[in-house]
Design a protein around this ligand. Sequence first.
Ligand SMILES: Cc1cc2nc3c(=O)[nH]c(=O)nc-3n(C[C@H](O)[C@H](O)[C@H](O)COP(=O)(O)O)c2cc1C
Length: 352
Amino acid sequence: MGAIYEHLVRPVLFKGDAEHAHERAIAWLRLLGRVKPLVKGMEWYNSPRHAEPIELFGLTFPNAVGLAAGFDKNALCWQVMGALGFGHVEIGTVTSQEQPGNQRQRLFRLPEHEALINRMGFPNDGADAIAKRLGKHKRGRGIPVGVNIGKSKVTPLDQAAPEYIDIFNKLADGADFFTINVSSPNTPELRRLQEKDFLRQLLGELNRNNAERARKLGKERIPLLVKIAPDLSYRDIDDVLTVVQDVGLDGIVATNTMLERPIELGDKDETGGLSGRPILPKARQIVHYIHLATGGKLPIIGVGGIVDERSAGEMFDAGASLVQVYTGMVYRGPFFAREVAQSLVWRYAEWV
Ligand SMILES: Cc1cc2nc3c(=O)[nH]c(=O)nc-3n(C[C@H](O)[C@H](O)[C@H](O)COP(=O)(O)O)c2cc1C
């Protein structure tokens, strides 16, 4: 299947603008979503054989591979991603109000590096519209749905915490877990929220709000994860881990897109965050560092540069509990998640 995509479909898709291709993919997936029996059949056919469910922060993941944030920003096709073999999806980044994002063209392919550069700037329909689409997604039915939330372009840093709480409250009924995004490079000052004091305030307030909501409703609190940038130094990561542990967060998503440009890219450049193969070494090192620093106790979702089965295995060996993919699917096709999930089952099955 991958070969058909790479030799027949991809050359046609790659002739046009990258964001148009993305929009077309979303439209096709929405169409697929209307044919419920087909979705059900594909879910069965594309789920990896002999996969043991993974239990993490109180949720059950049918397999180890999730869709990274940014693909289904507006919660338009999350219901069908299980049919492609995904074991969870992360929608968003969702901001409080609808915003258009940066001017187009803002997504660029680097095919010879199996990479993308984007400076999207969180275009999305806003928390109210997206909450409606998610509805009261029932926890425990279908694949887990994570909601990735971030600050609007215009919001000053000292107003960020109330805004994140507002988005959290609007989307909580439809979310299995939340990812607190403090690491996308295309929203002014967002990454400063990774600094110790800002982060402590933000995560502390979110977590208190989460616990309070759960108490009032007599429900479990919703797992909260924080997503970090690959450009952090190890000292910065130590600060993040201190806060994560003090606050009692449930896990970490490592990593977002990268501002640094590895030497092999040469003069191929655009402003924005780099994803795909060139960021694997950095993302994997960070996952490994966090794994060692936390004695393997903090759940880590490893994301960044998984473009084949081998890179997914490396991310797992580094200490990831789950992985997510985005750019790899652009280069390998719609069934990339199923291929990776199956390869991880073979790699780690005790009876092989
Ligand atoms: C076009 C594009 C848009 C993205 N948008 C978001 C986003 O809104 N929020 C977020 O947390 N990450 C976003 N990401 C980052 C991905 O979720 C992921 O962390 C990153 O691309 C590294 O994984 P990959 O190499 O598998 O693509 C985006 C990535 C791409 C390529």
